[in-house]
Design a protein around this ligand. Structure first.
Ligand code: SF4
Ligand code: SF4
Length: 110
């Protein structure tokens, strides 16, 4: 394909970029977004806190844990080691939670 033909062909293709934040992408099913903590399922073992590689978890007591989403690297170790059944930690599909206020960078609680 010649250069002119190539340029013309691109003029009529759909853009590959998205107009974020006006258009938000729908995350795929297993997306790792803001952490959800199910406080009633938690048995208070503290395994999540001990295994977090960036110390993003502050354990207060059984049923009360804070996840600092400003530090979290979404590795999933806390969820993987959680022995509660069903697990007390899950990922939501919420990815648009950036903020200049540190107090906004928290997990969701259910
Ligand atoms: S996902 Fe990883 S970094 Fe985030 S809180 Fe859990 S263990 Fe820590
Ligand atoms: S690993 Fe699971 S059960 Fe244990 S303290 Fe953390 S959230 Fe609770």
């Amino acid at each position: 394909m010649g250069l002119k033909t190539e340029v013309l062909a691109w003029l009529f293709r759909r853009p590959v970029t998205e107009n974020y934040p006006e258009q938000k992408k729908k995350p795929y099913q297993r997306f790792r977004g803001r952490i959800v903590y199910y406080s009633k399922r938690c048995i208070g073992c503290r395994l999540c806190e001990r295994n977090c590689p960036v110390n993003a978890i502050v354990f207060h007591e059984k049923g009360r844990i804070d996840f600092d989403m400003g530090k979290c690297i979404l590795c999933g170790l806390c969820r993987d080691v959680c022995p509660a059944r069903p697990k007390a930690i899950a990922f939501s599909t919420e990815y648009d939670y950036s903020s200049t206020r540190k107090e906004d960078l928290k997990n969701l609680v259910k």
